[in-house]
Design a protein around this ligand. Structure first.
Ligand SMILES: [Zn+2]
Length: 120
């Protein structure tokens, strides 16, 4: 039984899988949705970190760079993106989340710059 498939000669560009792209509100880097974490402003006007990306409300995306979360917590990128004010509690929450899940870029590069001496 030979199944008839779509003619293989008709390959016009990459449309095998549609990967939705998101933009980090801080660094403006674009990437696939899964490499971002969604921040949502719920219909009740509350801000929340939404790792599942499924909550109702207006969303903004942050990439997984510690520095972006830090900037989001300290600056107004999220306020611009979500058109709301970001209360200090939520800024603290952003930093907590970043601390928990992302590596601080600076620490990472410092560690790499220092040669380990305990090898061999
Ligand atoms: Zn970013």
């Amino acid at each position: 039984m030979s199944e008839r498939q779509a003619t293989p000669t008709r390959r016009r560009g990459p449309r095998l899988k549609h990967i939705p792209l998101r933009t980090c509100v801080v660094c403006r880097e674009k990437d696939a949705k899964r490499s971002f974490v969604r921040i949502v402003r719920t219909p009740e006007g509350e801000l929340a970190i939404d790792p599942t990306g499924k909550r109702n409300g207006r969303g903004a995306y942050l990439c997984r760079r510690f520095s972006c979360w830090q900037l989001a917590a300290e600056g107004n990128a999220l306020e611009r993106a979500l058109r709301t004010t970001v209360p200090p509690e939520f800024r603290a929450e952003l930093l907590r989340y970043a601390d928990l899940y992302f590596r601080r870029d600076e620490e990472e590069s410092e560690r790499r710059a220092q040669p380990e001496t305990d090898t061999a």
